[in-house]
Write a protein that binds this ligand. Structure first.
Ligand code: GLU
Length: 502
């Protein structure tokens, strides 16, 4: 007998944005499918939000594509097992529910929401787990007709057997629960729409899904799903529930606590390659290698369900930043330039980029390429190449923060010396370095004491790319003007009793 073909799926709800948890689940399914020569299916779980499916599924698709994933079957790419939106499959669910009704494995329930709420309150008061008490479980056909004639639309409930319900999870082993506490649960609501658990099982069966790989938050859903497979007498897929993704403080990741949607990560300057790489490690470890920077193709070769972890994954942004920096370094200069450009435009530093803007940005990025953790930091880091500032905005504390207690006057005169020096030789980083070393020596200043005010004058910040290269890129006129600006700032802020002191 041929083994069952591998068919896996991601079943996102059309929420408008792709959650990072959805991306991780999609990635694991994708890797598993690619590695086994299987098929990766995208199915839209849209029965909760029938009205706005089309627009809001796009956001999810875009997120998944942005991170580098694609699917073999889905609403946008077609396939032999469609339709791939649950909202287009309502007839299939109704037919299947009817089958269960015929076999008396399910029944119609005419209880009103008010009746159910009253029952729930009584159970809670008795400290029982809320569950349906079975009021409509044994109605006769005549009783049902009478209720229907009153215009009451029934829901359909599965008859839940007593005993234990469980499944073998390929990550967690055997997982079980008492079926009794569930009560007969609704599979089709009174409006004809299936509940998630029912639609999901029908789809897994109809689409011949072999493995259900999804987040641990769905373990509690798996128990009712198992009962539905049992009712139909269908073979279950293999279940694999991935560990939860937690903040370092062990709380569940949520948008209140940080970025969770792929669009937010993109806006924060994370590369999709890095986020994908990071997600791969949120619930899986490669065996026997310590390399952590892995591409989608590399992951595809290494991934295995057996190496999915059982302890919850920590969503560590510090690690994500590190990975992002590593991925940024892997980009070519041209690629980095094109990825940073939108951030420069957003920051207003470049308007409509022309070729010369690209060339200049590429040269500037070369100065920070090795140290850039996120794309969104480029505009701020490079701002001083694009904009000047008035003397009042010069950071005087930084400018005069000399380690060797140099006075404002010392700094002022060294800036004046520097301005003279700039004009005397060729304006390359190497020549500048030589000249300023010589200046420091002749003044008997430590080089660091000279570089600090120079750096602040040129960049108005404490940390910058190598100073002489920065000067070379800025050019003689700009650098002279900034040293003059810083000098003016020093004069403007000189205490009154020191005036004329020089
Ligand atoms: N719509 C569910 C979700 O997005 C799908 C769960 C499943 O994979 O069964 O979490």
């Amino acid at each position: 007998m041929n083994p069952k073909p591998i068919r896996v799926r991601i079943a996102p709800s059309p929420t408008g944005n792709c959650h990072v948890g959805t991306a991780r689940t999609a990635l694991y399914n994708y890797l598993f499918a690619k590695q086994t020569g299987g098929t990766f299916i995208l199915r839209v779980d849209d029965t909760d939000s029938l009205r706005n499916t089309l627009e809001s599924e796009q956001g999810v698709f875009e997120g998944l594509r942005w991170i580098g994933l694609s699917w073999d079957e889905g609403p946008d790419v077609g396939g032999a097992y469609g339709p791939y939106r649950q909202s287009e499959r309502l007839g299939i669910y109704a037919e299947r529910a009817h089958e269960l009704l015929e076999k008396d494995l399910a029944y119609e329930c005419f209880c009103s929401p008010e009746d159910l709420e009253a029952e729930r309150k009584q159970q809670m008061a008795r400290k029982e787990d809320p569950h349906y008490g079975g009021h409509c479980a044994n109605l006769t056909a005549a009783e049902r007709e009478t209720l229907r004639a009153k215009g009451i639309k029934p829901s359909i409930r599965l008859r839940v057997r007593p005993g234990t319900v469980g499944f073998d999870d390929s990550i967690r082993g055997r997982v079980e629960q008492d079926a009794g506490i569930m009560g007969d649960f609704v599979i089709i609501k009174s409006n004809g729409i299936p509940v998630y658990n029912f639609g999901t099982v029908i789809d897994e069966y109809e689409m011949q899904i072999s493995h259900v790989i999804r987040g641990a938050e769905h373990i509690s859903n798996t128990f009712p799903q198992v009962l539905i497979y049992e009712a139909f007498g269908w073979e279950m897929p293999v279940f694999a529930h991935l560990v939860l993704m937690l903040n370092p403080d062990k709380t569940k990741i949520s948008k209140r606590k940080g970025a969770v949607y792929l669009g937010d990560f993109a806006a924060m300057g994370y590369l999709p390659e890095a986020l994908l790489n990071f997600c791969a490690f949120l619930g899986w470890t490669p065996g026997g290698i310590s390399e952590e920077i892995l591409s989608l193709t590399e992951l595809q070769e290494m991934f295995s369900l057996q190496r999915c972890t059982q302890s919850n994954a920590v969503f560590d942004q510090v690690k994500l930043d590190w990975m992002n920096g590593m991925w940024i370094r892997r980009l070519s200069a041209a690629e980095l330039t094109s990825r940073v450009m939108p951030f420069m435009i957003d920051a207003g530093l470049i308007n409509v980029p022309v070729k010369s803007d690209e060339i200049r940005l590429e040269a500037l990025l070369e100065l920070i390429h090795e140290r850039l953790p996120r794309l969104d930091e480029a505009p701020e880091t490079l701002a001083y190449f694009y904009t000047d500032w008035p003397a009042e905005e010069v950071d005087l504390d930084l400018l005069t923060a000399s380690k060797s207690n140099r006075t404002k006057e010392d700094i002022y005169s060294v800036l004046q010396e520097s301005i003279k020096l700039l004009r005397s030789n060729s304006f390359t980083a190497a020549a500048l370095e030589e000249q300023f070393k010589a200046l420091a020596a002749s003044l008997e200043w430590k080089l660091g004491d000279l570089l600090m005010p120079l750096r602040v004058a040129v960049t108005n910040r404490k940390i910058s790319p190598p100073l002489f290269t920065t000067m070379e890129v800025l050019g003689l006129e700009k650098v002279s003007q900034r040293l003059a600006n810083a000098s003016a700032a020093l004069l403007g802020n000189a205490p009154a009793d020191r005036s004329g002191h020089e």
